[in-house]
Design a protein around this ligand. Structure first.
Ligand code: PGA
Length: 236
């Protein structure tokens, strides 16, 4: 299967950056891997339709609420993927297991592929609870969900996001296997697992040695055209 690389622009780019960003990447993006760009909602229209990447969103809202965007609205503008359960939203906006569960169901019923983030905090890791925490997240997020092979899980250790520190390849591999086996046991299917957290154009070369990895969820580096194009060139 083609590798999947997801760009999470978070809040890095503004209106003045977007035009240059698009012109730098549009003709240079690799087409032999699947690239999903998740701009801020307000900039999604600039990315619509014309390019060789898929359109994603950084969130969706399952209830009718001022200032938010629903799965239906995202679908109507061509969004095909959505990042759900990102740790910044879990921490800062108190997104609960059931909020994320509802969002996953909402995305699926609108034919949007959820990219579901799981991962342990530094404290969990120190207490050697990584496996336990991730299994709990999987159980709660996918409660009552008919999991299909399109669904993507991103392993994002909370302590690795934006910190410049990443786990060893062995540690990442252990978690990838844990996730794939857990989903297979319950749902009898194989799903794709990405790694995210401080991936850059240099350390991607080491990460590429993990054969079981299906791609990456990129944060900061994805907002820098030069670096992200270099990174993509290292993806096998
Ligand atoms: P980072 O963020 O690559 O900037 O660490 C990754 C993410 O939060 O998805």
């Amino acid at each position: 299967m083609k590798k999947l690389v997801v760009f999470n622009h978070k809040m890095y780019l503004d209106f003045f950056d977007i035009k240059d960003y698009i012109s730098s990447i549009k003709d240079n993006i690799r087409t032999d891997i699947t690239t999903v760009i998740c701009p801020s909602d307000i900039f999604i229209p600039f990315f619509v339709g014309k390019y060789d990447f898929k359109l994603g969103a950084q969130n969706l809202c399952s209830t009718f609420c001022t200032g938010e965007a629903s799965a239906l609205m995202l679908k109507s503008i061509g969004v095909k993927y959505v990042i759900l359960g990102h740790s910044e939203r879990r921490e800062k906006l108190n997104e609960s297991y059931s909020d994320i569960n509802l969002k996953i169901k909402d995305a699926l019923s609108n034919n949007i592929v959820p990219i579901v983030c799981v991962g342990e905090t530094k404290e969990d890791r120190e207490l050697k609870k990584t496996g336990e925490v991730i299994l709990k997240q999987l159980k709660e997020y996918f409660r009552g969900v008919e999991v299909n092979t399109d669904i993507v899980i991103a392993y994002e250790p909370v302590w690795a996001i934006g910190s410049g520190v990443i786990p060893s390849n062995d540690d990442i591999l252990e978690v990838i296997n844990l996730i794939k086996n857990a989903i297979y046991r319950v749902h009898n299917i194989n799903i794709r697992v990405l790694y995210g957290g401080s991936v850059n154009e240099v350390n991607v070369n080491d990460l590429e040695r993990i054969n079981e990895l299906d791609g990456y969820l990129l944060g900061k580096v994805s907002s820098n055209p030069e670096k992200v194009l270099k990174l993509l060139n290292s993806v096998k």
